[in-house]
Design a protein around this ligand. Sequence first.
Ligand code: HEM
Length: 457
Amino acid sequence: MTIKQIEKLKTPRFIQQIEFTLKPLEFLERCAKDYGDLFFTNSFGELELLVVSNPQDLQELFNPTNKILDAPATVNEPFKPQVGENSLIVQDGERHQRLRRLIMPPFHGEQMLNYGQQICDITQQAIQHLKVGQTFIARHLTEDITMTIILKIVFGIDQESRFEQLKNLMTTWLSLTSSPLIASALLLPSLRKDLGAWSPWGRYLRKRQQINENLMAQILERRQQVQGQHFDILSMLIEAKYEDGQSLSDVELRDNLLTLLNAGHDTTATALAWALYWIHQQPQVYEKLLHELQGLNTPDPLKITQLPYLTAVCQETLRIYPVVPSTFPRVTIRPVNLRGYHVTCGTFVVPSIYLTHRREDLYPQPDKFQPERFLNRKYSPYEFWPFGAGSRQCLGQVFALFEMKLILATILLNSKLKLEEKAPVTPARRGFLMAPKGGVKMSSMAVENLLLLGERL
Ligand code: HEM
């Protein structure tokens, strides 16, 4: 069989980098159109990266029995100041897998049922602050909800004063990281200079220190409390044991709580802002969804999460603009043949979720929001994969979908919102995410006859 050569982009590196920085999605789409399903780019920095998006190639690469890809921690170094030395994200190999096995259980199966009602209650409280007729930004509402969920359900904070203090600290700290200066310092260690409390990096470090102190106080307090009386994720992590009987130390707990916050708060809030946008942009989607929700005559959160149309709406939201457009980079640890193209050992690979989700052969009219496609066809884990794949696949994916469905159901059943955007909302870079530009302007309308199931949610 003749070996085909994978093409490198012909445009100079700095042009690729500018194009990728300014318009990442358009850049990827143009490359895929001009170069096909596999191409090398220099757009992400010094490294030459292979962009992959064909489901057949993804299946070959991620197949667990082939062991072709490694997920090295070195590429995640920039996250270290944000999540700490002991974070799951900056481990690799066996240590990473051991830690994953330990952290995973509270995010799956029956454990989830403990959080359902709490998620609905937190959402109810947040929407009560919406004033009829007043414009608000959907992403601010969803950020508030997902932050509260992480602090209460994951960190287990039930003391009102600590909750308020940590919420304010976290919000300021996370907003600092979205400033271009701090984002650049995270990528370039030479820019990390502590020039006092008023310098950007100095401010970042001091906020981080305050967060550390608060989290440590929470961890120590939980350790002293009676086991088995709390159902938050921190309590479960305190009790979790490795195969050799060891448990997580305080700093390991702290760094991994911060990891869960960083990985799980903004992602879910962004996905929800997109969902609210699409649902209210298309009246037929809104009507169909509300009809399905109102037809469910039980307030059981589990039943809500099993509704087919609600599930399809969440899937289509995560398909059309996946909030994380590509997975963490990977590296090949052996040569591999992808549909006749030879890929050498040691190649850096960036699997593109966005490009897979925009394939016309899988998703006819890919730029149209059509939840029905998920009712009419079953997609494979390499055709629809908003949570990545392989050894670093999103640890919180079941939790994220559970959250999304319950939050949307509670909002739709207990409020009436109106989209206040005159033009179609487009995606814009928000750190590593692709978020709706401007956060989606909406307003709240008077609620009439809506409280059928919602009264009990
Ligand atoms: C809609 C919401 C979310 C989306 C779209 C999303 C997407 C992703 C993606 C694409 C990855 C990288 C996968 C890879 O490289 O193959 C990832 C990793 C991760 N996600 Fe999520 N995520 C979401 C919500 C959450 C939540 C709620 C949590 C936890 C509370 C979470 C925790 C994590 C962690 C810990 C990792 C790193 C896993 C590792 O290194 O082993 N995510 N997520």
